[in-house]
Write a protein of this length. Structure first.
Length: 109
């Protein structure tokens, strides 16, 4: 099988869009990106894909959200201050909520 990647816009009014592909089965997935050097193929341990930036940067960006949790956070501020968990979902504080591709990459995880 041959695959030809061409540098043709869908519309003259729109810029050329870099494409990313997700290929998956029930157990695992890979990401294929077209870059200046050719095609890059990545194992995809998170099963999520969005537009730019590149997939390797998206994975690196997950380091910024290590403190997120689906559990109520424990008081690590001070033993002398009795902090109250006054609301549900507080482990999600810091989860990005905008519509950027980087935020959309993080939210489903």
């Amino acid at each position: 099988t041959k695959l030809n990647l061409v540098n043709i816009n869908f519309s003259e009014q729109l810029p050329l869009s870099p494409l990313h592909w997700l290929v998956a089965d029930k157990q695992e997935s890979i990401v294929i990106e077209s870059v200046k050097e050719g095609l890059k193929i990545y194992d995809n341990p998170v099963g999520v894909l969005t537009n730019n930036p590149n997939f390797d940067y998206q994975l690196f960006n997950l380091n910024n959200y290590r403190a997120l949790s689906n559990s109520t956070p424990q008081n690590s501020f001070s033993e002398k201050v009795d902090l109250d968990s006054y609301s549900r979902g507080m482990g999600g504080l810091g989860l990005p909520g905008d519509l950027s591709s980087m935020s959309r990459f993080v939210r489903p995880l």
